[in-house]
Design a protein around this ligand. Structure first.
Ligand code: FES
Length: 117
């Protein structure tokens, strides 16, 4: 039986990911990117939900991640798509995928990610 604690998985040392950096890590069988924006850590799926680009090769633009292939922009905290959704007509907005995000916390200098149950 899985315990509450077992769903948090250590993925890196906080010091490995300085402010403004992105790093792809393993969390169990999943691949996840950790971003450090303004001293806060965010975790999200490693591949862009559009066509699979490696988001660790993207660029942080304020509180968003800019995909390296077609420049979709996703909010780091919510995974909500900002671009191109913001310029799409209302009837097409639902078709833009969102980024899957995960809770992340620091414990004694280590970063832990909580995977979905
Ligand atoms: S693969 Fe990321 S925007 Fe197309």
């Amino acid at each position: 039986m899985e315990t509450y604690r077992s769903r948090w998985i250590e993925v890196a040392q906080s010091a490995e990911i300085p402010e403004g950096a992105l790093k792809e890590v393993a969390a169990g069988a999943a691949r996840i990117v950790i971003a450090n924006h303004a001293g806060n850590f965010y975790a999200f799926q490693a591949r862009c939900p559009h066509m699979g680009a490696p988001l660790s090769e993207g660029t942080l633009v304020g509180s968003k991640i800019d995909c390296p292939w077609h420049h979709y922009l996703y909010d780091l905290a919510t995974g909500e798509n900002y671009y191109p959704k913001s310029v799409y007509p209302e009837e097409l907005k639902h078709a833009v995928p969102r980024l899957k995000t995960f809770p992340v916390r620091q414990v004694n200098g280590r970063l832990e990610v909580k995977l979905a149950d």
